[in-house]
Design a protein around this ligand. Sequence first.
Ligand SMILES: Cc1ncc(COP(=O)(O)O)c(C=O)c1O
Length: 407
Amino acid sequence: MFNKSIYADCSATTKPRPEVIEAMMKILKDDFGNPSSLHRFGRAAKNHLNEARENISSAISANEEQIIFTSGGTESDNLVIFGVSRLIKELSDKEKHIITTKIEHSAIKEPLEYLEKNGWKVSWLNVDNEGFINLDELKRTITAKTLLVSIIHANNEIGTIQNLKKISEVCKEKNVLFHTDAVQSFCKIPIDVKELGADFMSMSSHKIYGPKGVGALYVKDLQNLKPILIGGSQEAKLRPGTENISGVVGFGVAAKLLQKEMSDNAKHLRELQILLMERLLKTNNVILTGVGLDKVQENIPNERYFYRIPGHVSLCVKDVEGESLVLQMDLKGIAVSSGSACKEKNKNALIKPSHVLEAINIPQEYIKGSLRITLGRENTKEDIDFITQALEATVQNLNKGKEKIPI
Ligand SMILES: Cc1ncc(COP(=O)(O)O)c(C=O)c1O
C-alpha cells in the first residue's frame, strides 16, 4: 500500500525546479564573472544580478534599489534586528525597545533574546488560539523608545497569516519602523509592499523552489539600516561581499515563475488543504492547530487576504512524540515534519515543546505530538489519500504500542 515517495514538507524546503537549475548552470559554466569587474565577464554577471533584482522587486511591487540580497531568511532577519539596533545612538542600550510576538521563527527569536540578555527591552506579544496578535495589545505596547516592531507574516509552524496592513497602520501612526518575516508567504500569497506599508521584509529562495543559501531583504528606505558586515560596497554597502550570482539568478527565476502561477497554485493547494483538514478532523486522537477549517474555506483563491498559507496543515496527536510520527511516516514513504525543521533542543539534547504551540495553548497531552504537512505544487489529491491512510495507521500503531508497555 505504501510503495510511494511523497514530499510534503514544503515549509522546510522545496525542490529546485528545472528552469532554476538550468539558469544557475549557465552562470556557473559561462557567466561566472564578478559583477564588480569592468570587463565583459563582469558586465554579463552584473546584468544577471540586475535581472534577478528586478524579478524579486516586481514580485512585491518594490523598486529594484530596495532589494538587498543576502544568504537567506536567517541573515535577512539578523540584518534587520542588528542593523536597526545600531541605528539610534541617542538612547542607551537599556532604553532601547523592540516589539515582537511569541510565535517568531528562531531567526528573529534568538537575536532578540540575545539583545534582551544584553539589557534591551523586548516585548513579546501574545497571540490567540489561532495565532493572531491583538492590535490593541500592540498599540498599548509601543512607547516613545520603541525602535522596531517585527512580526512574522505567515507562521512556519501553524501557517497563520497576520493582517500586515492593519499592523503597519498602527506602526505608522506611532512612527515606529516595521519589519515582517515573509519567508513563508513570499510568492505564495499576493504581497504588495506599498499597500502593506512595511519598512523591511525578509524573503528566502529555498521555500519557493529556488536554491538554498540565498534570500533578500526589502528595505523601504536605505537610511533606516546599518550593515552588520563591513568590507565592500556591494548591495548598497548594506551587505558587502562578492554576490552569489548563480544563487540570486536561481532565486529570481523561481520568484518570477511562482509569481505568475500564484493564483492557480493557491487554488490547487487550497483544495488539497481543505480535503486533508476535513479528513484529519475525523481522525481519532488528532487535533488541528492554527487557523481552523472554517476560515480556510472562507478564503477564495483570488482574494487579497489569506488567513493561512495555502497547502499548510498542522496537527497534534495525543500522547505521542512528533519525531516518532515523522519517522513512521517516513517508513511509509511520506516526508513531513514535526512542527518546524529548526527545533530547539534543551541541555540534554531533548527536543523542547514548540514555543509556538505553547503560545497558542495546545493542551499538554498533545503538545509533543506535533506534525506539519506542507504541500507544494507537485502534490496531488492521490497524495492526500496516501497521507491520510498512512497517518491513521501510524497513530493507531503508536497507540497500540503504548498499550503494550507495562506501567
Ligand atoms: C519564517 C521563517 N523565517 C526564517 C527562516 C530562515 O530562512 P533560511 O532557511 O533561508 O535561513 C525560515 C526557515 O524555515 C522560516 O520559516
